[in-house]
Design a protein around this ligand. Structure first.
Ligand SMILES: Cc1cc2nc3c(=O)[nH]c(=O)nc-3n(C[C@H](O)[C@H](O)[C@H](O)COP(=O)(O)O)c2cc1C
Length: 210
């Protein structure tokens, strides 16, 4: 469970910004982020989720599939945070396991948790439209780092491998293993040490679920 001490309750973020999704790199299309949520009983959770922005309709949504903590928590609390983070290991660990409590913080002393290591985060109010579709309304956000990030094919290949791994876990179709192997080769050529560590963790997980 996450602690909510007095210091946290009095914490006023020094650089809170007006949450315009453009400022957070959330543009038209699907942006992959780590979503953080909390259960009614106070257990924080993190998982990769795609934020779907349709600028023509001026709408931001997520599709939350049944059976995940993220969906259950959003239904319980009506809140979700989008953490912009570039650590591939966090992606692997939060897809197939639980991040430990010390990676989370409560920026308002209560309510929705965010990741301490995020370059930026945005908290949204969340309303179920129909089925798996939930509409998001920005509430507040903070930007911590503004590095100019180059596209790294190794990082992107970790994300593609992970998506195939979640599908493999669902239906056991071995074609996904070929795809994971293909993206793993790109990681070896283009990735840095963190990408290589992430893909190595993923390969261990794949062996365990095969
Ligand atoms: C890059 C990526 C994007 C994902 N996007 C979504 C999504 O938009 N909606 C969803 O329900 N699951 C998505 N998933 C799958 C969830 O992250 C996965 O089911 C996770 O285990 C859920 O964890 P939880 O039970 O802790 O919420 C995605 C996975 C990856 C790797």
């Amino acid at each position: 469970m996450i602690s909510r001490d007095r210091d946290q309750q009095q914490h006023k973020p020094p650089n809170a910004t007006r949450p315009n999704p453009d400022d957070f790199g959330i543009h038209d299309g699907i942006s992959e982020i780590i979503a953080t949520t909390i259960s009614r009983s106070g257990i924080p959770n993190a998982a990769p989720i795609g934020i779907i922005r349709n600028q023509n309709r001026d709408q931001i949504c997520v599709r939350l599939f049944p059976g995940t903590h993220t969906r259950q928590n959003v239904i319980e609390t009506g809140e979700i945070a989008a953490n912009i983070i570039h650590d591939p290991v966090v992606y692997v660990e939060s897809t197939f396991g639980d991040l430990t409590g010390d990676v989370f913080e409560l920026p308002d002393g209560a309510g929705c948790p965010v990741l301490k290591g995020a370059s930026a985060w945005m908290i949204f109010r969340c309303r179920q439209l129909k089925g798996n579709l939930f509409e998001l309304t920005p509430v507040r956000g903070e930007i911590h780092d503004t590095p100019v990030l180059c596209t790294n094919r190794g990082f992107n290949a970790v994300i593609e491998s992970l998506v195939h791994a979640t599908r493999y876990q669902l239906n056991g179709d071995e074609r996904y293993l070929d795809l994971i192997k293909h993206y793993g080769q790109i990681v070896q050529v283009c990735g840095g040490s963190r990408e290589k560590e992430a893909i190595s963790k993923l390969n261990t997980i794949i062996k365990e679920i095969s």
